[in-house]
Every structure is written in C-alpha cells, then in structure tokens.
Write a new protein. Structure first.
Lengths: 858, 452
C-alpha cells in the first residue's frame, strides 16, 4: 500500500476548521487506499514565543511571560477542539516549565535551546493525534526523533549541528516495513530530529518541509504533499505581480532554484532527498484542495527551454573589490575569501574582471546588528579598494536552458539596460540568470519584467502543461467570465448601421453616463474633470456636463471645442493642463478665465507677468526623487511632463516673484492602472507635499483609471479606490480632491465597426483584412493595446480559426489583433472592435490618404 | 466706505489683534481671537478622557489656560501682524508680557524673513502688574509627560526615561499615524491631544493673509502645561538638543532661528514662567539639551527598536506604507542630516535598511549635503545640526572602509577635507555633553552616560 506524506504548516494547525480540513484530507487518502504520514509544524506564533524563551538569558520574567502565552494559546485550541484541557499536553507543558527553570537558560546552551524549540511541534502533533482520534481517524503519534537521525557535515559548527542539522535520509525498506506493520495513519513532528547521542536537534529554518522530505524519501512515498495557504508556486511573487501564473509543473532543480531565490512557499532543503529517491512533491492549497497546485518531479525529457519564474531577493549587499592586476597576484582571491570566512560571511554571487571582483552577501541579522561588515571592509581595504554597495536586490530569472533563451530576452535586457545593474551572474547549472540592482527599483520592476517575459514568449504562459491560471484569476474565481456589454444587446442595430457605411465608430451615451455615475458614487472626489483628449465628441461632452463633470483640456483648440459645444459653461470649470504649449495659449486661457496648470519652470520664469495676481496649479513629477535611483531619475527626466520635485522650491520662489498664487498641486502617474493603491500613494505624496505650501486648496491626482481589456483582467475595484481615497482624505481634510479621468469614461462606450475586405493564408497564418486600419485605430500599433475583436455577423458561431486581423494601410504594423480566434470570416462580414471609445477617433489620421472611420452616436 | 466694509476683519488691514476669551469644559479648551471686529477665530483643543479637575489645581489650571491662550494666539496673529495687541481675557504681569514679546518676535523670525516683514518694535504685549509672585506647588504626582514626534530625538528621551525607571507617558498633539506607530513601539502609556484650528484662518489664508512658519513647539508646550495640570504630571520632558539654540542665519542684523521655540532661551524663560505663574512643582525641561545632534544619533543607534517605525523626514507622512520611501523622502535636509548623523554609529546595512537607499552614494545629492556642512551655502531652514557635526560625521565616514568609496564621502575626503583643520573634525569632542540644561539631577547620569 503506497504512502502519502502530508505536511501542514503553522496556520494549518492553529484552528479547529483547519484541523477538520486535515482530517478530511487524511481520510480521503485513506479512502483511496493510501497510508498517510502527517507532519505538522507548531501552532503559528508558538515558535516565536519559544524563541523569546530560548533567548531570554537572565531575564526569567520574559521567559515566563512567553510561557503564559504558550499555555493560553494551546488551551484555547484544546477548548476549540473540544478536547480535555488536562492530560493532553500536561507532560510537555511541565517539561517547558522545567526547561525555563533550567540553569542552562542563562548560557543559552544549544542542546537546551533545541529542546525548548522542539516542544512546539511535540505539542501540536500530540493535540492533533487526539483530535484526529476524536474524528474517528486512528492516527498513531510518532516521535520523529526516533527515526530521523542527524549526521554532522564536514565544516559544520556546533550551532548548526544542533539547530540546523542534516539527516542523510534515503529509502529505507526496513523502516517502511516496520511502520506499515504498526498502522496505516500516523502523525509526527516537523522540524525536529536527534543526533547520534540521542539528543534533540533541530532542522533549521523551514524545517517542517525538510522533515516531510526526509520521511517521503525514507518511505519512498508515492507523493509528498506540502499543504499551505497559497495555491502553489508562482511565476513571480503574486503580491507584486497579480498576473503571476501558477506553476503547474516544475522539475526538482527548477523548484530548488525558485525556492532558493525568493519563493517562500517551500524550503529548498526538502527537495534534495526527494530528488534522489525519485519521490514527487505537490504543493497544495489547504483552503482549496480541489486546485491542482504545483507538482514537482524529475525533468521531462521533452522539456523545452523556458523561463519559469522571476524572483527577487531584497537586502542584498554587494562588496566590490578593486585592485590592479589581481589575476597576476597568486593567492589574491584566496586572501579575499579567507577574510569572508574569518568574519563568518558566506558569499552568494560572484562577478569578476581583470581588476575587480564583486561578490554578494545575502541578508542576515549579523550584518544588520553587528559591526561585521565594517570589520570585513577594513580587512579587505588592506589588499584592495573596497566599496560596499547596498541595499540591493537580486532579480533572478529561473528556467531550464537559460543560455539558449538569451535571444528571446532582448526586451527584458533592454529594461535592465536603462538601470544601473551592479552585477550579472549566470549560474553554471544553466538554470538562472541574475541581475543585481538597487533595491528600491524592484517592486515596480518585477511586474514589468514579468509582462515582458510573457510578451517575448520567453515565459510561455499559454503552455498549460507548465503554467496554470494567474493569481488574479484564482482570486477572482470564475468572475472574469464574459462581461455583459451594451454592444451585444445592440447587435441588430449595429449590423444595420454597418450596412450604411464602414468603417465607423458608434458611441453609446448610456454607457458613458453609467461610467460617470459609477465614478461619482465612490465619494471623496470633490471635482471630476473629463480629460477630453480621449474623445472630444460634442455629444459626449454634453452628456458628461449633465453628469456634473468639469473639463480638462490640453490645448487651446480643446478649450475652444468645449466652449463651442457648451457655451454656457462657466470658464472656471475648464482646467487647462498643457505641456510645452506656446505662450499665447496660456494667455488666451487666462483671458477666458480657465484654471491653468503649469508643468515647467519656463512659463513662470519667462512669462511671469502673465500669471501676476492669478491662481495657478502646479504639476509635479513625483518620479524624481522618490526612489532616488537612476531608473527613477531616468524615468523622471525622460518624461517631459511636470516639474521635478527638486525644482519645486525654485518654482515657488519664481511664483512668489511673479505674484502668482499656487492653489493646486497636480500629478499624473500613468495610464491604464488597475490597482487602487496607486492613487492612494500619489494622493498621499501630493498631500504631504502640499502641506509645505501655504495656499494649496486642491490636490489633483490625475486620471489613468484602468479599463480591463483582456478577459483575464479584473476591473478596477471602485469601492477599493473610494476607500483608499477616503483614507487619505481624512488625513488631509483641508485639501479638495480633484481627478481627471478620460479613457475610463468613454473606452467601453465606443465600438469600431468594419467590414471584411479580403482573407489570405500564408503558410499556416490566416489573415483577415478589414476596411479599418491603423489610420482609424492606432492603439494596437502604438501601445500594443489589446482590443476584443468579434465577428458581429457570426457572433454565435464557434471561434474555429486562429487569425491575424489586419487593416489596409501599407505598414507591417497595421495589425489590429494578432492570434485571435474567430469564426471563419467571409468578405462583407461585420467585424466589431470593442473598447474603442477612447483614443480611437481622437487619434485618427489620413495616412495613405485613407479617410478614417466616421463617428456617430447610437 | 465700500473698501472699509470689505476689509473689515481682514488681517492685513486690521489695526488690532484681540485675545477675546478662553474657556474649558468637558475636556475641550476653546481659545477665541479676532482681528478688530472681524469674525471670531476659535481654536479647540481636545483632551481625551479628561478627569474632573481637582479643586486644589483649579487656580493653576486657570493660569495654564491663560498662558495657552496667549501663546497659541501666535498662529492667528501672524495672519496680519497688526501693531496693536489687545488682551481682553486677562491682565498680564510684566514677566509674562516680556516672555510673549520675545516669543512672538523670535518665534516668527523665519516667518518675517520669508514675508519680508520687520517685526522689531511692533510686538508689545500690554501689562499692568509687575509680578504676582511665585505660584504655589500643588502636589502634582511624580510622573512625566514625554512629547514624541516620530523622530529619533524624542525616542531617545523615551529610552532614557525607561532606563531611569521613570513613570512616563508618551504624548503628542494632532493626528499622526507615524507618531501613533512610534508611541505604540515605546511600550509606554500614551496620550493623544487633538487640536483644531479655526476654519476662519484658512479663509483668511485663501484671501491672501500672511502665512508661514510659527513656533509650534511653544504652542505644544503650552498645551502640555494644561495637560499636566489636568491629568496630574509634575514634569514635561521635551527632546530638544543643543544645536536647536543656534541661529539659522542672520537677516538685517537680526539672528533668525528656524526652531527658536526649541532653543535654550525659550526653554529657560518658559520653564521659569511656568514655575512662577502656574505651579512651582511643574518642571519643564529638555532632556537632550546638553547633547549635540550627533550624541543624540549615537544614543538612538543603541537600540533598533524603532528602525522600521520612526521618521525625522521633513515631509509629514500621514499615510504610512511598508517601504522606507513611505517614511523618508530622501530629498529634504532632514533626511540628509539624519542619514549622515546615524551613519557613524550603526552598521551600514542597518542604516540602509532604514532608509531603503544610500543617500551618500548619490552624487546628485551633493548640493544638499554641501548645505549641511556649510560648504558653498548657508544653513538651510530646517531643524538640522550644526555644520561642525556634519563635517565631523563625514570625516568619520571617510576613515571607514565600508563608507569611504561612496560618492559623497569620497568627494568630501578628496575635495573638502583638505580645506579643513583635522582637529575640528574630531567626533569625540562633539559627543561630549556640555552646556546649560534644566534636567532634574537624578536623570543627569542617564543622559550623560556615554555608553550603556
């Protein structure tokens, strides 16, 4: 009968529902005719409390306080599990009491510490055995120390022999036989083992995973299951990258690499024994056991090279050592590394040149809490010039066959090209490629790189054998099903309109109004402006004015368009926010009475008299200075918008000189943003900046509210946005909050109708030509924007063919949709391109002297 | 006539600033002011869970409230700086009037500089009594209020008081999640007093009233005197250090100190005034007065308890985030100085983890650090240490292998240090406590203690 080893971490053993879950999982395995060995961690938080005791030294009161809390935690759970308080854990608690009273506490003796720590797992497994029995599952309690025997490694110090020990676990038929003879279900402790003398030792950080790996190997289990709170390993940290894909299948080496370079879900030490024994490992989600999770097994023979994950480790310190002709100096590197050894620092990455060796140190408490780095640097300074570069982060691309993927990484490398990369390392096992950059860049960089890897087809997210759903999809469940759209309801009317003429844009004012009302409902925003560059169609302007919107214009012509459409509009409801506009436009806007935003020093410095006794708004570029790093600086300097933070004081001085009053601060950080926290952060930054001014009344956090386009993207959570804004607003009630959405209001309200002109097949690529091209809709070519495209004529037919939808413009970039599945298209069919209400007609041109699509309102 | 109506109560056109009345009920103090016959400006200060005032403290409380009313008026007075100060709520003695004259003149020094105003000879608080004699002791309980600001200084005070076994309560005025997070980290009981400025002031500001820096430490001090009487504390332990007393620059022959109310003159005169007019047993002092900024930094570095909670950044971060950049802007003189001052005293990785970046390896920040060491520039208007301290910190780092190659440290060593006298760059001399202070005798050893 095959064995399953199932390991449950701290949170999985801390509440009754979680224990019921364990019982269900074990019972399901039993029902399938498997023997089960359950490995458990201590209750969450208990190991930390035991650490307080282990490190209490002379402070008995601290130890006793932790003891009280430990007893309380376990008693609370016992009550919850409806187990008797007495008897169950009394033995272990008495032992804890003795250990606290032990004289070894003062010296923090290692063997004493090991025993203190071991109590967490001994108690959780004991109460688990009782509970499982009460649930009718006869789980034998097993003392892991009877079976896991540690062996000291060469060079292993006393500390790690006792507190981070290693067990040479290999398939052991005798052990398997003996255990099978005793029963079919067992529960034991993670994290603990014994040494050759029978003393308790610990397996170090992540020790429960390691225990499961050891037992899995010894029993030659069918599978080791690591039950945790997440669905598995992901292609990136899902907290940073919601689009990160679940890794459905990895080989041991890749998994080891990902676990080593960042992922916390699995401890890499657990994999070695399993790899040698050929036992697969599954990572499963305790809350959603039906999900497939991540399966780790031996490398498949037909595996193609592919990036599996991108990870980041923060807190990395680089030591750069420079000297002339070091390779000629025999023993230079030996001297250098001897210094690292002497100071107890282990080196991770190494990069070398003729005159420079740079190495990385992983974060450790030692570096932060002691002078070891200073001592090391002093020693090294005797033999070379030494520079300490920190805080850095190591960004690692992981995947088998990395070297054969380099040609696909050009866009990724270009991204790094814009940064100050301190070190690049390509591991000799060909499993990773690592870049060390400034730490502050990482959180923004990782999502970008992840998207680039997918776009470059280096991370083949569509390969269902390797990648599962994205984190966002898993979170949203099936919510991301087909969105209800107005144009599906209006199909007949749209087909009729297309018979009149194509290409043509059709707008739904109801859809505009619905978005406007949804925005107004979030609260906190005192003044909404419509950024009419998205779509200045008069009917849309009128509809939005009726919905209470003001208008943001970026050119004098836009101001004139608003005034022509809405002659009764009070001029102060127009916000003029141009960029590099000529002097006359500012003068004209001021003469009209519009509110004016300046985004450079030039106007206030050279045309100060224009703004004398006027109220002005200032657009700042929060990019500069925030991260203080080259990329951010390039980002800031490379953006032509806004006044850099370090020039704000100069601007104020010039405004004072010009007798202009700065009454508003504005920043706009980008577009298509789907994460509410971006505005929270911009708002908070602007507000804290505004407090240093004297007359700021309003904070304008711009627009950029994202509209999801791909089916797997979740919509911007307006409730979350409202809550984020309300939080900042309550901290800075003195400022009015302004926003200026554009695309969000109108994108979904417009569709582009076109007709199929020709179809073509080249090799196995099918082209569908339509009469709308990039002269009507340039977003796909300009921004690589993705628009949903349907064959409106054949909306109900199955999407049978993979096609490229192209326009009639003589440009190879005139592709409106690549690799789309559509029903077989025929000449004359009506093709609908969705979400084209924003930046569609507004950006149209007469390129090739082809007239762009006409516009009409439904 | 038309113009006159329009300007009625407009601060800059006003002839008089009036201290109309003040009151206290149910934990709320209300302070009322006006310009001429204009709208009443009412400031409210809320004392949470205020106990019923003990009768033996009533007189002291009354005096404290008067003092608060007079001190807090500076926020409003500055909107118009009229030449006539009318105190209608009480009568002043000469000592109080003299104190207020100095507070309004020096406390508004930077304000006057920026607004190009000359306040000399303009501020004359009227007095009609010589002196009412010393206020009696009222048996205040032996415990201290320690105001905290989220920066390193007050947290050093907290740790000193804890080590000395004092019964201390962390107190702050206003709403600040940063301070709240630091207060929680201290492990002390805490008290958060709320203050609400008159909304009329904002209207005035919009309409073009004078605006600028005010001596906020003086206002907070006066609030805490009221709180001490109300809740029963016999000490208010501020955390102002030695260099807070030095002038930021001279303007038109007058020294201008950005942080005058954090200086020794204010501490001494305010402390004496509290003894004389409020309660003889209420001590007001600064625990860090004999210490340089560097000495404070050295003491701060002794514990890592506040590393991921504190911020001295000039940008007031009311919305906290998990990243260092959410607490340290990295751009302002305070960020620069605190980074530099802590660097000699803590492991480099720890400092970089606090700030999330290495400000001393960013060549573009050279102008900011030059201002700190008074190279090419005058001292900026920020609460930062003396140039000598900054130069000594740089010199110390230039000797440290883990710092010496960083862009700004290397630049200091190559370009600036050769122009300086080596003996002026010694760190040790700057770490030694010195100068006047009002610290209670029993606490002095804990403050002076060079190493624990």
């Amino acid at each position: 009968m095959p064995w399953i080893v199932a390991k449950f971490g701290g949170t999985s053993v801390s509440t009754r529902p979680r224990w019921e879950n364990i019982a269900r999982i074990a019972a399901a395995h039993r029902a399938r005719g498997r023997r089960v060995l359950i490995v458990v961690s201590a209750l969450s938080g208990v190991t930390d409390l035991l650490k307080h005791i282990a490190e209490s030294g002379a402070d008995e009161a601290a130890a006793r306080a932790a003891q009280v809390e430990i007893v309380a935690r376990h008693n609370a759970l016992l009550t919850d599990l409806e187990l008797p308080l007495r008897n169950a854990l009394e033995g272990w608690l008495a032992r804890l009491d003795q250990l606290i009273g032990d004289t070894r506490r003062a010296t923090r003796a290692l063997d004493w510490q090991a025993e203190v720590f071991s109590l967490g797992e001994l108690m959780s497994s004991t109460l688990g055995a009782r509970f499982l029995a009460a649930q009718g599952l006869d789980a034998h309690w097993l003392d892991a120390r009877e079976h896991l025997v540690a062996q000291p490694l060469a060079n292993q110090g006393a500390w790690s022999q006792t507190l981070s020990a290693t067990v040479p676990a290999a398939p052991d038929a005798a052990f398997e036989g003996a255990l099978a003879a005793r029963g079919e279900c067992f529960i034991t402790q993670g994290f603990i083992a014994r040494d050759a003398d029978g003393k308790t030792v610990l397996l170090g950080r992540g020790g429960s995973d390691t225990s499961a790996g050891y037992f899995g190997a010894m029993l030659r289990a069918e599978c080791v299951e690591i039950w945790t709170d997440v669905p598995g390993m992901f292609s990136a940290n899902p907290r940073l990258v919601p689009e990160a894909r679940l890794l459905a299948r990895l080989d041991y080496e890749e998994a080891q690499e990902i676990a080593t370079t960042g992922a916390k879900v699995l401890h890499p030490r657990s994999l070695g024994p399993l790899r040698r024994a050929g036992v697969p490992l599954h990572i499963k989600d305790t809350n959603r056991p039906q999900l497939a999770g991540t399966e780790i097994r031996a490398v498949a023979s037909d595996a193609a090279p592919c990036v599996k994950a991108i990870s980041a480790r923060k807190g990395v310190t680089l030591i750069s050592m420079e000297t002339v002709g070091m390779w000629q100096q025999v023993g230079f590197l030996a001297d250098v590394f001897e210094a690292f050894k002497r100071h107890g620092l282990s080196v991770d990455l190494i990069g070398s040149a003729e005159t420079n060796v740079t190495v990385s140190l992983d974060p450790s408490e030692n570096l932060v809490n002691s002078d070891v780095l200073s001592a090391l640097a002093s020693d090294l300074a005797k033999v070379c010039r030494v520079k300490v570069i920190a805080p850095c982060a190591a960004i690692t691309l992981v995947g088998r066959g990395m070297r054969s993927l380099l040609h696909k990484l050009s866009t990724v490398l270009a991204e790094f090209g814009a940064l100050d990369v301190h070190l690049i390392s390509q591991s000799s096992n060909n499993l990773n490629l690592t870049f060390v950059v400034d730490e502050a860049l990482v959180d923004d960089l990782i999502p970008r790189l992840h998207a680039l890897l997918i776009r470059a087809d280096a991370l083949r997210a569509e390969d269902g054998a390797v990648f599962g759903p994205s984190w966002r999809e898993l979170g949203a469940g099936a919510a991301a099903s087909t969105r209800e759209t107005w144009w599906r309801r209006e199909r007949a009317a749209l087909l009729a309109l297309a018979r009149e003429t194509t290409p043509r844009y059709v707008y739904s004012l109801d859809a505009v109004r619905a978005q406007a009302r949804a925005l107004r409902a979030i609260g906190s925003v005192d003044r909404w402006h419509y950024a009419l560059k998205a779509n200045p169609h008069p009917a849309i302007l009128r509809a939005l004015q009726e919905e209470g919107f003001d208008f943001e214009c970026v050119s004098l012509a836009e101001i004139e368009a608003v005034r022509a459409t809405l002659p009764q509009l009070a001029p102060e409801r127009i916000l003029f926010t141009p960029n590099f506009a000529p002097r006359e436009e500012y003068a004209a806007a001021l003469a009209i009475g519009a509110r004016v935003t300046l985004d450079a020093l030039h106007p206030i410095e050279h045309w100060g008299e224009l703004f004398s006794d006027r109220e002005i708004h200032l657009r700042v570029d929060l990019g500069v200075g925030r991260g203080h790093h080259d990329k951010v600086k390039t980002g800031g300097a490379a953006s032509k918008f806004g006044v850099a933070l370090d020039e704000v004081e100069t601007f104020r001085m010039l405004a004072r000189k010009a007798n202009a009053r700065i009454v508003g601060l504005h920043a706009h950080l980008g577009s298509g943003i789907l994460d509410a926290n971006h505005w929270r952060s911009v708002y908070a930054q602007l507000a804290s900046l505004a407090e240093r001014f004297t007359r700021i009344e309003s904070i304008d956090i711009g627009g950029g509210l994202g509209v999801p386009s791909r089916p797997d993207e979740a919509a911007l959570d307006l409730a979350a946005l409202g809550a984020a804004l309300a939080e900042v607003k309550s901290a800075y009630p003195q400022f009015k909050l302004w926003m200026e959405p554009g695309r969000f209001l109108v994108a979904d309200a417009g569709v582009l109708l076109a007709r199929v002109t020709q179809t073509k097949r080249k090799g196995h690529v099918h082209y569908v030509g339509i009469d709308a091209g990039m002269n009507s809709l340039i977003r796909p070519a300009l921004y690589e924007a993705w628009h949903e495209i349907v064959n409106l004529t054949r909306l109900d037919e199955p999407a049978a063919q993979m096609v490229q939808i192209v326009g009639p413009i003589c440009e190879s970039g005139d592709v409106l949709g690549a690799n789309r599945r559509l029903p077989e298209c025929r000449e004359g069919d009506v093709i609908l391109i969705a979400q084209t209400g924003a930046y569609g007609a507004a950006m149209a041109s007469r390129y090739n002297l082809r007239e762009p699509a006409t516009e009409m309102v439904l | 006539m038309e113009t006159h109506t329009l300007n009625k109560g407009s601060p800059r056109a006003a002839r008089a600033f009036r201290f109309i009345r003040r009151s206290y009920a149910d934990g709320i103090a209300s302070l009322v002011y006006a310009f001429d016959d204009g709208a009443e400006l009412v400031e409210r200060i809320a004392f949470p869970d205020a106990p019923v005032l003990a009768p033996e403290r009533a007189q002291a409380f009354d005096a404290a409230l008067d003092l608060l009313h007079l001190v807090a008026g500076v926020s409003y007075y500055k909107a118009g700086v009229p030449g006539d100060l009318r105190v209608e709520s009480t009568t002043l003695d000469e000592a109080t009037a003299t104190f207020l004259d100095a507070l309004y003149l020096h406390g508004l020094g930077e304000f006057a500089y920026h607004n190009k105003l000359d306040l000399r000879g303009r501020i004359r608080f009227p007095f009609s009594r010589t002196s009412s004699g010393a206020a009696p002791a009222i048996g205040l309980p032996h415990r201290a209020l320690v105001p905290i600001g989220g920066g390193k200084d007050s947290l050093v005070s907290v740790e000193i008081l804890k080590r000395a076994g004092e019964d201390a309560t962390a107190v702050w005025v206003g709403n600040s999640p940063l301070i709240e997070a630091c207060a929680a980290r201290t492990g002390l009981p805490s008290l958060n007093i709320r203050r609400e400025l008159s909304p009329v002031l904002f209207e005035y500001n919009k309409a073009g009233a004078y605006n600028g820096h005010i001596p906020v430490t003086a206002i907070n001090s006066a609030i805490l005197v009221v709180a001490a009487i109300l809740y029963g504390f016999d000490a208010i332990a501020f955390s102002n250090e030695r260099s807070a007393s030095s002038a930021t620059l001279e303007y038109d022959g007058q020294p201008v100190n950005h942080q005058w109310s954090k200086g020794w003159d204010f501490e001494r005169t305010f402390g004496e005034l509290v003894h004389a007019s409020v309660a003889a047993d209420l001590d007001y002092y600064s625990l860090l007065r004999p210490l340089s900024e560097l000495a404070v930094a050295e003491r701060f570095a002794r514990t890592s308890r506040y590393d991921d909670a504190f911020s001295s950044c000039n940008r007031n971060f009311r919305i906290l985030g998990p990243k260092p950049a959410d607490r340290w802007c990295g751009q302002c003189p305070k960020c620069h100085f605190v980074f530099l001052a802590l660097a000699p005293f803590m492991p480099k990785p720890r400092l970089l983890a606090i700030f999330g970046r290495n400000l001393l390896d960013d060549a573009t920040l050279a102008p900011g650090f030059d201002a700190l060491i008074e190279y090419h520039d005058h001292k900026p208007f920020e609460c930062v240490g003396e140039g000598a301290e900054s130069r000594a910190a740089f010199a110390a780092l230039a000797q440290r292998a883990e710092w010496s190659e960083d862009a700004l440290v290397a630049r200091f060593a190559d370009e600036i240090a050769p122009q300086l006298e080596a003996r002026d760059l010694a760190l040790d001399a700057l770490l030694a406590p010195s100068g006047e202070h009002r610290i209670p005798e029993r606490l002095v050893p804990f403050v002076f203690d060079a190493h624990c």
